[in-house]
Ligand binder design. Structure first.
Ligand code: MRU
Length: 377
């Protein structure tokens, strides 16, 4: 299985996604600062992967301090160091809630540990490291469950009487965006493993091309029958004879009312799905659901550099011998650029939200009640 994140005993390596699909190269992330830069530069991206890399980068830094005998003896001092670094890590990318959710949970854990009688700096650091390490395995299990629930729902509600289905997806939500398997792409993997997937369609996902560079790479890697389309072809695809049964996408933050922030272009696909009577599904672990955010209006949308729109990156002419990539400008010099990384899909356009504990649909009042998933209503 493709692995974006490799971690063992304080050593974190991540696959440099800026070089995919041309070069498969892992690099070593030693500190929280390294983790922050890797996330900011999008060497690792995808809501769950961002959270895991952030926490494991700090875990690696703490593990190295322990090995060197440099971890402060005082529990409170280590707790303050961890809290400061968590606050810093959260500033790397604002929209995906998984990162701030993980930081809040781990901060609560270390604060509790530091207050226990006889607590030591080493004990607090070790508790943080163990909890961060558990996130990797938990995320993989959640994704496999999401895949199962999503595949079952689609075969029950969207197969239109056929024994096979075709699915359109957007952005990259697979092994490269998570600890493995993926969310929306996990649903596609699950359908393929049951031999009921006729074809997956993936959008190019301009401007950053997560679809053509990363999702296409994963689909080819797994031998899943798949076709790449540009974002502007989606309407024609749904109107044509491809027989797309459902659009399945991931999420960066799902508000309490079901409004969903995801990769720019998701909202447009949801509108198209409604027009064509195609089911529109969001696949996300519960760590992506943010009950503190009441609706999509309260979600901060990250603005990215204009250069992502005006340029493309690919192999240099001498790639075969140099292995080098180059960036080429494709837009008219001097043009202004608007480059929001995400958009908000209103809950009304979403037919179901696939989580690791099942598929949530609107209640009899026509509204989503995401708090039901946590037993808090
Ligand atoms: O900007 P990115 O590549 O981090 O955006 C990724 C997405 O929008 C994904 O759909 C989302 O994070 C879910 S990944 C399982």
């Amino acid at each position: 299985m493709l692995q974006a994140i490799k971690y063992s005993e304080g050593r974190l390596e991540i696959l440099d996604q800026l070089q995919l699909p041309f070069v498969e190269k892992y690099f070593h992330v030693r500190t929280a600062e390294d983790g922050w830069h890797a996330i900011k530069k999008m060497q690792v991206r995808g809501a769950p992967a961002i959270a895991i890399v952030a926490m494991l980068s700090l875990a690696s830094e703490l593990a190295a301090l322990i090995v060197a005998g440099d971890i402060p003896a005082e529990a409170q001092e280590v707790q303050h160091i961890i809290s400061d670094k968590l606050r810093y890590l959260v500033t790397s990318r604002p929209t995906a809630v998984n990162l701030s959710d993980a930081a809040r949970k781990l901060e609560t854990l270390v604060t509790g540990r530091a207050q226990q009688p006889g607590a030591t700096g080493r004990g607090v650091a070790t508790a943080f490291i163990r909890e961060a390490e558990e996130m990797l395995g938990k995320d993989l299990e959640d994704n496999q469950q999401i895949g199962e629930h999503g595949a079952a729902w689609i075969m029950d509600h969207a197969n239109k009487g056929s024994s096979t289905v075709a699915i359109l997806t957007h952005c990259n939500t697979g092994s490269l965006a998570t600890s493995g398997y993926g969310t929306a792409l996990g649903v596609i993997r699950s359908l393929a493993s049951k031999n009921v997937l006729r074809r997956a369609y993936c959008t190019e996902t301009r401007p950053y091309n997560q679809g053509s560079r990363l999702t296409a790479f994963e689909l080819v890697h797994d031998n899943i029958p798949a076709t790449l389309v540009t974002d502007s072809m989606a309407a024609a695809l749904l109107a044509g004879d491809a027989g797309v049964n459902a659009i399945v996408v991931g999420a960066d933050r799902v508000a309490a009312n079901g409004d969903t922030a995801n990769k720019i272009g998701t909202y447009g696909l949801a509108v198209l799905a409604k027009h064509h009577g195609v089911k529109f599904l969001v696949a996300a672990p519960r760590t992506t659901i943010d009950l503190a955010t009441k609706s999509g209006n309260d979600i901060i949308i990250e603005q990215r550099p204009g250069a992502e729109v005006t340029s493309i990156r690919g192999p240099r002419e001498d790639f075969a011998t140099s292995g080098a990539l180059e960036t080429i400008r494709i837009a008219a010099p001097g043009i202004d650029v608007w480059n929001p990384a995400f958009d908000i899909t209103p809950a009304a356009l979403i037919d179901g939200i696939i989580t690791e504990v099942g598929v949530v649909e609107k209640g009899s009042d026509g509204q989503y009640h995401m708090d039901d998933l946590f037993g808090t209503r």
